[in-house]
Design a protein around this ligand. Sequence first.
Ligand code: NI
Ligand code: MN
Length: 228
Amino acid sequence: MSHQLTFYGHSAWELKTPEGRLLIDPFFTGNPAATIQASEAKADFIALTHGHGDHVGDCVDIAKRTGATVIAVYEICEWLGKHGVANTHGMNAGGGFKFPFGRLKQTIAHHSSVLPDGTYGGNPVGLHVTLNSGTTIYHAGDTALFSDMKLYAEGGLDLAILPIGDNYTMGVDDALRAVEWLRPKRVLPTHYDTWPVIAADAERFATEAMRRFGVKVTVLRPGQTFAW
Ligand code: NI
Ligand code: MN
């Protein structure tokens, strides 16, 4: 139980490892599903999947308070720098880098990415993380289904965090195809039920993923943690 993934509602997650905490898409203020306030969030690193407000969220304030290094696409890092964030690590899709907690690679995501003030945010990404323990985690970010997900299955995936809320991202049926292609050992659904427009039946997703592909789905309510 040295590793934990905590769901904070919508697309906000905290990955706790022996080498530090990685906060992903820290959207607390204005997030009706959030169970903590931005001022309570802890982070050594913050990863952003794209520039939309429901993902950048409270990143600037949390980074300033904690001194965390923000990992994001280059254009978003430039914007963060102009907003007073001292520590950033710019990347782009297809590139990986070895951080203290493990290797993080930005993957493609089919979506859009503009920052809250209208600034161009580059392309959206997903995150593929290989922890020092060898555990592999794929956070798809906001994305449509795309068949290159099959490539991410090649090295074996332990955990996949997949959006199921439809409307802005994959819905349940496309996410089930993603499960078929990714073949992770376990899936954690995200980006649903925050607002009525992305209401989704996570229990149906879980039932079908097991029935059709034998893949376990752990449905976390905001504030809950999966540990291993
Ligand atoms: Ni988005
Ligand atoms: Mn979103």
